[in-house]
Design a protein around this ligand. Structure first.
Ligand code: NDP
Ligand code: 2IT
Length: 445
């Protein structure tokens, strides 16, 4: 790392004690900025780097709620409003027991550059809670969401901060959150949340957008080599919103996804994933991947290791951070995997990324390849503001165009700064310069 960015990194580590994921996300961006600052030293002036790594506002609050048996639980809620240079803070809410300030900060920091890459006028933020929705009844999830929104509603608004879903937060949760927001504010602000139901302001294609976008990005990377997804074997991790629609788009493009996973293990289905069954198990029944394996002849559940142990041409990590480490990367490479596109946020460890770069394969960081979700959220905001509704084909065509633009921006920035084919440098440099130019225009704020 260059001296000027090294100092900023050291300050982040000292000031955000123990927040390993946040340090990791900051380090990855700062490392990319060496060639950018060498070419344009003004980006390191006026404390710009020191400002960009410090959230504009951090909100942490108590979320008390009562379970079905009458017992009181106390969770912790977060909203990190990281950067509003380009527009209202925008980013999802994560409900998972592992959530803490460092996790939300890493996600909020990544979101700044991802949102800038979409070109849509959205700032960066993230929120969530250490609440675990697994095994909770609808009524419990509703009471939790109502309590969470009772505090969050003071801080958000269609022109201020617009949350959406992430791990553990899907259409059901967004519904309960919106209902409580509307009741507290006595105002039907459709644009205050995205990922809404289609009958009350949601956008067609938002459910599919992240997974579809990830696969479209992989297809664009392959196209630079005159290749395509047609006939490729694909390993997917996760079995949630992103994973399911990554599998769907991969199948539409002629590839053969053969794995998916959850925290209890992974399934290998050599015949190709039966998407209808997977949706039934995960979306309708809220079941486990084991339920798929038990109902699908020929599929097997593996409870040791990761989907990356299966020989494939393409890997799409769509579960969570740091789920693909150096050992997994080595296995993937040894088996001939030549494309990795991240549907999750920061799923590959720094060592895994290093291995992909050393091998010269096509590797897309999540902030570029999973930006289709937030991009379609911004399309939802656009429809809400115009009190209009596009059909599926219109929304999907816009998503496809945005993903192609993001891909081209990454390629161009990587070339400009001297590392052609390096999508990490490309995404970080292109995202950073867009935010930094506007921060400079806005003065020292
Ligand atoms: P979901 O809650 O729908 O699904 C998450 C999936 O990942 C589940 O199968 C879950 O298994 C698995 N998972 C989560 N945490 C862990 C863990 N610690 N260890 C093992 N498995 C885990 O979430 P999404 O599909 O929405 O999100 C997946 C990833 O994509 C996240 O990194 C998210 O930040 C990212 N993302 C999501 C976007 C969106 O629009 N939803 C947009 C951009 C990125 P289990 O049920 O067993 O926990
Ligand atoms: O990580 C992400 O980009 C998301 N969870 C989606 C954010 C959004 O506002 O749609």
């Amino acid at each position: 790392m260059q001296d000027v960015v090294e100092k900023v990194y050291e300050q982040v580590v000292a000031r955000n004690h123990g927040e390993a994921e946040f340090h990791q996300a900051v380090r990855e961006v700062l490392e990319s900025l060496g060639p950018v600052i060498a070419k344009h030293p003004h980006y390191a002036e006026d404390g710009l780097l020191e400002r960009i790594v410090e959230p504009e506002r951090q909100i942490m609050f108590r979320v008390p709620w009562v379970d079905d048996a009458g017992a009181v639980h106390v969770n912790r809620g977060f909203r990190i409003e990281f950067n509003s240079a380009l527009g209202p803070y925008k980013g999802g809410l994560r409900f998972h027991p592992s959530v803490n300030a460092g996790i939300i900060k890493f996600l909020g920091f990544e979101q700044i550059f991802k949102n800038a890459l979409t070109g849509q006028g959205i700032g960066g933020g993230k929120g969530g809670s250490d609440f675990d929705p697994h095994g909770r009844s609808d009524a419990e999830v509703m009471r939790f969401c109502q309590s969470f929104m009772t505090e969050l509603s003071r801080h958000i608004g269609p022109n201020t901060d617009v949350p959406a879903g992430d791990i553990g937060v899907g259409g059901r949760e967004i519904g309960y959150l919106f209902g409580q927001y509307k009741r507290l504010r006595n105002s039907y602000d459709a644009g205050v949340l995205t990922g809404k139901g289609l009958a009350w302001g949601g956008s067609l294609a938002r459910t599919q957008a992240t997974g579809y976008g990830t696969v479209l990005f992989a297809q664009s990377m392959l196209a630079t080599k005159g290749d395509s997804l047609e006939g490729k074997r694909v390993a997917v991790s996760g079995a949630g919103n992103v994973a399911i629609y990554a599998i769907e788009k991969a199948q539409q493009l002629g590839a053969k996804p053969i794995t998916f996973s959850d925290s209890s293990g992974y399934v290998v289905d050599e015949a190709g994933v039966d998407l209808e069954l997977l949706k039934q198990v995960k979306e309708v029944e809220r079941g486990r991947v084991a339920d798929y394996a038990s109902r699908r002849p020929g599929a097997r559940l593996v409870t040791e290791g990761r989907p990356w142990d299966v020989p494939v041409d393409v890997a799409l990590p769509c579960a969570t951070q740091n789920e693909l480490d150096a050992d997994s990367a080595t296995t993937l490479l040894r088996n001939g995997c030549a494309v990795v596109a991240e549907g999750a946020n920061m799923p590959s460890t720094p060592e895994a990324i290093e291995a992909f770069h050393a091998a010269g394969i096509l590797y897309a960081p999540g902030k570029a390849s999973n930006a289709g979700g937030v991009a379609t959220s911004a399309l939802e905001m656009e429809q809400n503001a115009g009190r209009t509704r596009w059909d599926f084909a219109t929304a999907e065509a816009k998503l496809t165009g945005i993903m192609a633009d993001i891909h081209d921006s990454c390629v161009e920035a990587a070339e400009t700064y001297g590392r052609p084919g390096d999508y990490v440098l490309g995404a970080n440099a292109a995202g950073f310069t867009r935010v930094a130019d506007v921060m400079i225009a806005h003065g020292i704020v």
